[in-house]
Design a protein around this ligand. Structure first.
Ligand SMILES: Cc1cc2nc3c(=O)[nH]c(=O)nc-3n(C[C@H](O)[C@H](O)[C@H](O)COP(=O)(O)OP(=O)(O)OC[C@H]3O[C@@H](n4cnc5c(N)ncnc54)[C@H](O)[C@@H]3O)c2cc1C
Length: 398
């Protein structure tokens, strides 16, 4: 059989692409090396903007819902901002990803688990030729291929597509609550900025534990552990109280990097779509999966001659938003206190932050508040200065 779409990877990007393609009537095979439920290093925070991309609710896998954020600077609590409606849902990836995969399967996508893709043949330029994947001792044929195999996936590398990325890293673990869940975390999570280069620390509430983590520009394993220890100590615990400690990379696409090659599309972490400022990856994984399905469907039906529409629409939407996010990222870490005061702690800006988290506004809307200041920042905070900024941040944090 020749499938319309072969998807490698069954995380949020792959399952969303597979479900949306199947719902559009395409034949889809999704292959994942893991057997689900499987875990993935992740805080398990799903913003309302991410959840609202789905045509179904996440209630079966949501453990807590937050309407408030406690902002702190260098572990000193500064302000707790409260919203009238939910901002972020908290889940565990082993439950979320299985649930999303089941929805893809219900829509008609075929799922093959426990099978690692090891080789592929991709036609060079004859886009109408088929793709062949070799996995688990068998071959699978498809008209198109979607790389959704995450930050350490092999598909992009095997395809020869240049994929320049900046790489952050994050480390997280679970702090078990033995007696009575603390009231202060019931519908609130914490973000700590100030001394983590290009990143932040978090405390996310789950059903019976807190997920505590730090992420940012590569600090190395010991650097991340030190920051995580400080965060836990500020809450009265020790690093040794944390179980399931896991780390992984956060891939951020360099502007202009291709996400299409012939009949191959890149989605989610495989495309480097982690939001630089928030570190949120699930939202763009789902967003890219939805757009990929739209353009795959046009291509397969013959109404588009190639898949370049995906690159164009991603550039105008997701990647444009990521460019502003990269500027915020540089600002919050070059001038952490100044920006925290003007953004996180500012009651006047809070409604806009809530609207961004709910998907009712974009990062771009922050610029409306100060066109002159942003004009200057646009000049100085170009993506090309990012490597220099990262160097400064690392030096400052030695
Ligand atoms: C410590 C940490 C905390 C994070 N916290 C958050 C958070 O709270 N909220 C948030 O929004 N984002 C968070 N992120 C980012 C988020 O986890 C990722 O952006 C997101 O998982 C990307 O989804 P994806 O589907 O692209 O890739 P993944 O979720 O990584 O899925 C890739 C899939 O591909 C499969 N695969 C890999 N290689 C092969 C192969 N050769 N053959 C077949 N299958 C293969 C894997 O088994 C996996 O199932 C965090 C990241 C880290 C590292």
């Amino acid at each position: 059989m020749i499938y319309d779409v072969l998807v490698v990877g069954g995380g949020p990007a792959g399952s969303t692409t597979a479900r949306e393609c199947a719902a559009r009537g395409l034949s889809v095979l999704l292959i994942d090396k893991a057997v689900f439920p499987r875990d993935k290093p992740c805080g398990g925070a799903v913003s309302v903007r991410a959840a609202s991309l789905l045509p179904f609710g996440l209630d079966p896998v949501i453990e807590r819902t937050a309407q408030a954020i406690r902002f702190s600077t260098c572990r000193q609590p500064r302000v707790t901002q409260v919203s009238k409606t939910p901002l972020v849902y908290f889940t565990q990836r082993r439950y979320l990803d299985l649930f999303l995969l089941e929805q893809a399967n219900k829509s008609g996508a075929k799922i093959l688990e426990g099978t690692a893709v090891r080789e592929m043949t991709l036609p060079e330029n004859q886009k109408r030729e088929e793709v062949i994947l070799r996995a688990g001792g068998a071959s699978f044929r498809g008209r198109t291929l979607v790389a959704a195999d995450g930050a350490a996936g092999v598909t992009v590398r095997m395809s020869g597509i240049p994929a320049p990325r900046w790489r952050g890293a994050a480390l997280e673990g679970n702090y078990k609550i033995s007696e009575g869940f603390p009231e202060k975390w019931e519908d609130c999570f914490a973000i700590d900025t100030g001394d983590i280069p290009g990143g932040y620390g978090w405390i996310f509430p789950k059903k019976d534990h807190l997920n505590i983590g730090v992420g940012g520009l590569s600090l190395g394993k010991s650097g991340l552990e030190n920051k995580l220890s400080s965060l836990i100590r500020a809450e009265g615990g020790e690093l040794s109280d944390i179980s399931d400690l896991k780390g992984f990379s956060l891939p951020i696409q360099k502007p202009g990097a291709p996400i299409v090659k012939g009949n191959l599309l890149l989605v989610g972490d495989a495309a480097g779509l982690v939001d630089p400022y928030s570190g949120e990856g699930i939202h763009n994984a789902m967003r890219s999966g939805t757009l990929a399905a739209k353009h795959l469907s046009r291509y397969i039906s013959g109404s588009a001659s190639d898949l370049s529409g995906y690159q164009r629409e991603m550039t105008q939407t997701v990647l444009a938003d990521m460019a502003v996010s990269l500027q915020l990222f540089m600002l919050i870490h070059l001038l952490p206190l100044w920006i925290a005061e003007r953004l996180h702690h500012d009651v006047g800006r809070w409604p806009l932050i809530c609207r961004i988290l709910r998907g009712e506004a974009q990062y771009h809307d922050l610029k409306a508040g100060g066109p002159v200041v942003w004009g200057v920042l646009d000049y100085f905070l170009r993506p090309s200065v990012f490597p220099a900024v990262s160097k400064i941040l690392r030096r400052l944090n030695r």
